[in-house]
Design a binder for this molecule. Structure first.
Ligand SMILES: CC(=O)SCCNC(=O)CCNC(=O)[C@H](O)C(C)(C)COP(=O)(O)OP(=O)(O)OC[C@H]1O[C@@H](n2cnc3c(N)ncnc32)[C@H](O)[C@@H]1OP(=O)(O)O
Ligand SMILES: N[C@@H](CCO)C(=O)O
Length: 312
């Protein structure tokens, strides 16, 4: 939450220069408060796990968040019961007339096929198009980020020689980015993917800013100015055991997989897991919700405007 202090207190200038959110008295007096409306497009087969992971992070703020769930109607999920979907999920058709403060598009294990071969690609394109006018800030995760960068900006994903699999050190590249306010010089994030987005391809698009990256894992966070679109290539939301589950699954199937990098003590899979990304995951989601969404979304959701990047 922002701190409210007199505008002429010496600390105000110092904190503003440090990228700490300071609210002037005038703004504080005029701020209207209401719950945030967030919708989660869950493309993961492990839907319940993903709901839990993201709800945990979104719940770590003093802001009230009303979280809704949608799934695709053009792909029938095989790994979650229709009972669960029927009880907790809607389809896009049921929410398309609504406006939201935020949309999260999750990852999906479809990165090795062309986007157009994914059964729900057309539906996802429709949702991404809708997000430009009906959502204040859209947060894309892993394959969701690749899909968003491809759909909105024509950026292709590239195959990696081997699966990027483990927990990697990252650095903030733009210290003025409010999304990374309060981050340590080095922070850890899990990655688990066979494909990547190249820095050179992102740098071709003037409206996209690279906010954080990793020497081994490459670009991590990209956004438009102001953050109405955020693209995150890793899985900050993963639980301590998620990578282990993927590792054991692939080993059992005889797939080429190495011990997840920097995950077990001494990189030894008989030793305990070291959870080194929890605090940065919490901070990333708290910063996004607090600063990018809550402080700038219109009080009246009907006033959400088309993203300026797409205005003619
Ligand atoms: C790059 C990223 O974004 S990483 C994020 C993705 N990570 C994960 O999904 C990790 C967890 N997933 C898993 O461990 C595995 O997918 C499992 C164990 C749940 C299922 O594996 P399998 O049974 O071998 O695969 P299966 O062929 O059933 O397909 C798995 C999922 O891929 C997706 N999928 C596969 N083919 C298609 C396709 N043509 N179109 C759309 N989705 C597809 C679906 O989401 C499917 O699950 P769902 O039907 O429940 O939605
Ligand atoms: N994280 C995913 C990558 C596949 O897209 C998995 O291991 O299932």
């Amino acid at each position: 939450m922002p701190i409210k202090i007199p505008e002429d207190l010496p600390a105000t200038r110092t904190l503003l220069d440090e990228n700490i959110f300071v609210m002037t008295e005038k703004r504080a007096l005029s701020q209207d408060i209401r719950p945030l409306h967030v919708v989660l497009l869950n493309l993961m087969p492990t839907k319940i796990e993903t709901e839990t992971q993201l709800a945990r992070l979104l719940g770590n703020t003093p802001i009230q968040v009303e979280l809704e769930f949608i799934h695709t109607k053009s792909h029938e999920s095989r790994h979650v019961s229709s009972n669960h979907l029927g009880k907790f999920y809607q389809t896009f058709d049921q929410i398309r007339d609504n406006k939201y403060d935020a949309l999260i598009i999750t990852g999906a294990p479809v990165e090795q096929m062309p986007f157009e071969d994914v059964e729900y690609w057309d539906e996802l394109c429709e949702i991404m198009e809708w997000s430009k006018t009906n959502v204040y800030s859209c947060f894309h995760i892993c394959w969701g980020a690749q899909a968003g960068l491809y759909y909105h900006y024509g950026i292709q994903k590239r195959d990696l020689e081997e699966k990027l699999f483990g927990v990697y050190p990252h650095q903030v590249e733009r210290s003025s980015s409010i999304l990374f306010r309060g981050f340590d010089d080095t922070f850890m994030v899990p990655h688990s993917r066979h494909t990547t987005i190249k820095r050179e391809d992102i740098e071709q698009v003037p409206t996209l800013k690279i906010l954080a990256s990793s020497p081994q894992a490459g670009v991590f966070a990209v956004s438009t100015e102001g953050g109405r679109q955020v693209f995150i290539t890793g899985h900050a939301e993963y639980d301590p055991h998620t990578l282990e589950n993927e590792y054991l699954r692939d080993k059992k199937l005889g797939l080429p997989i190495h011990v997840p990098y920097n995950y077990y003590e001494d990189d030894d899979d008989t030793k305990p897991i070291r959870m080194t990304w929890r605090s940065s995951a919490n901070l990333l989601y708290a910063n996004w919700l607090n600063y990018i969404v809550y402080q700038t979304t219109p009080y009246d959701l009907e006033k959400i405007e088309l993203l300026k990047e797409f205005k003619k």
